[in-house]
Design a protein around this ligand. Structure first.
Ligand code: JFZ
Length: 429
């Protein structure tokens, strides 16, 4: 591809040079923040039915708990996320080492988190929130100041708009959807749009077709050339967008031909659920981040602010821990600008990435028994010309062994999350 997208790891697996060019910044970044925030956040994961029984779900609560429309609207009218602090959210992302944010502008419940003029089902016109505030504007301003890119999740599927579910009125829905997307692009100049809800295309009430998807992608790109769009635009994903979106999992290896981004919850829900304390340890986030980078993918862990707009302390703590890890082990260079190595097999004891100057980063997450070497199985012929532990500077002895190399750090793990060995390599042309 072009010079602007150079870097041994990052170019891997992108067939199309135009996609490679357009997604360059995003593939270099490798790490973003997902935010699920909407009218459902007001219920905080729990709906008490008139008979007193309790039903639990997060952003799907309206549907899964069959909350009557009037009741859901009544709840939304009380939504007052006055404690939402865009600068703090952006700072949390930045300190974690994340370079972009994707927030739900409208989820399946159809509720717009910006003051849309298309309808009144939005945070300004249907809430108890300060009518002078606009959290999307606040986020955009804070993100620009911090050099963080902002993107919007937008659900194609809409449970609230009656025109969505009727083939006769569907064109009217589509018109309003296009109008909302134009507002989002014109008002907030997002770096990417993250669509969702197309996957329900086989459901008879979902009128969305592959043709609709292709048209949608070219429409939003005509509004802003350079805009990135994920793959959830067309029926059964026959329309690819710019990148794939594996969900709650990291693919086993680089995905043929297309960049990808794995989105993941930090606990068991996307939206805030006050009873869910099942948090992933920070070490798991670090490992997922390394695994994503090492397979030429991005990682997008999610936070779900509560009804007041506060980000759970447990989420913030974990993001902070990831950031400290990044700073202590090479300022993130095992991740940012890094990608699939192609040179070695993925070892059982950790993850390997290849940095923008061609170095290998062998991140050890499961340290071998005392005295045992870290074995790297080579996939091709190359030399290791230098090795040291990032952060501590510890020496690492390297020897040829069997089908590859043995690495013997002079000490034990310097970080239980992941200790990174930087390897200088020389690859014959
Ligand atoms: C969707 C949403 O329904 C969910 O609420 C959340 O926003 C998530 C990020 O995206 O959920 C999906 C979407 C796609 C699949 C599964 C769940 N899928 O393709 O398997």
């Amino acid at each position: 591809a072009q010079g602007a997208v150079s870097g041994p790891g990052t170019d891997h697996a992108v067939d199309d040079p135009f996609t490679a060019e357009r997604t360059s910044w995003w593939r270099q970044d490798r790490f973003g923040m997902f935010i699920h925030f909407g009218a459902y956040s007001q219920l905080e994961g729990e709906y008490t039915r008139p008979d007193g029984s309790v039903c639990r779900d997060a952003e799907w609560i309206m549907r899964e708990c069959a909350v009557p429309k009037e009741e859901y609207e009544k709840q939304a009218a009380r939504f007052d996320p006055s404690a939402f602090d865009a600068e703090a959210v952006v700072r949390a992302a930045k300190d974690a080492g994340q370079r972009y944010i994707v927030i739900t502008s409208k989820h399946h419940d159809g509720y717009a988190m910006w003051p849309t003029k298309v309808n009144s089902w939005n945070l300004r016109d249907h809430s108890a929130f300060d009518e002078h505030r606009d959290i999307m504007r606040e986020l955009k301003t804070a993100a620009d100041k911090a050099g963080i890119k902002l993107g919007f999740y937008y659900s194609i599927w809409d449970w609230h708009d009656p025109d969505f579910a009727d083939p006769d009125t569907f064109p009217r829905y589509k018109k309003r959807m296009y109008a909302q997307l134009k507002e989002l692009v014109d008002e907030y100049d997002p770096a990417l749009l993250w669509f969702d809800g197309e996957w329900d295309a086989d459901n008879p009430v979902n009128r969305w077709s592959a043709r609709d998807g292709a048209e949608l992608e070219s429409y939003v790109k005509s509004l802003k050339p350079g805009l990135l769009v994920n793959n959830r635009v067309g029926k059964r994903r026959v329309v690819d967008g710019d990148f794939g979106t594996p969900e709650q999992e990291i693919p086993d290896g680089p995905v043929d031909g297309q960049p990808w981004e794995s989105c993941m919850t930090l606990n068991g829900h996307w939206g805030y659920a006050r009873y869910d304390h099942d948090w992933k340890p920070a070490a798991e986030l670090v490992r997922n981040l390394l695994a994503s980078a090492g397979r030429s993918g991005n990682y997008l862990p999610n936070i779900g602010p509560d009804s007041k707009g506060r980000v759970p302390a447990e989420s913030l703590r974990r993001l902070r821990d990831v950031g400290s890890w990044m700073r202590a082990h090479g300022q993130g260079r095992a991740v940012r600008g890094a990608g699939y190595s192609g040179l070695v097999e993925s070892p059982g004891w950790g993850e390997v990435t290849r940095g923008r100057r061609g170095q290998l980063y062998a991140a050890v997450t499961d340290w071998p028994e005392e005295g045992k070497p870290l074995h790297l199985k080579a996939r091709t012929d190359f030399e290791i010309t230098g090795a040291r532990v990032l952060g501590s500077g510890q020496k690492v002895a390297v020897s040829r062994s069997g089908d590859g190399f043995d690495l013997m750090p002079s000490g034990g793990p310097v970080d239980e999350k992941a200790t990174v060995v930087e390897l200088r390599v020389s690859v014959p042309r």
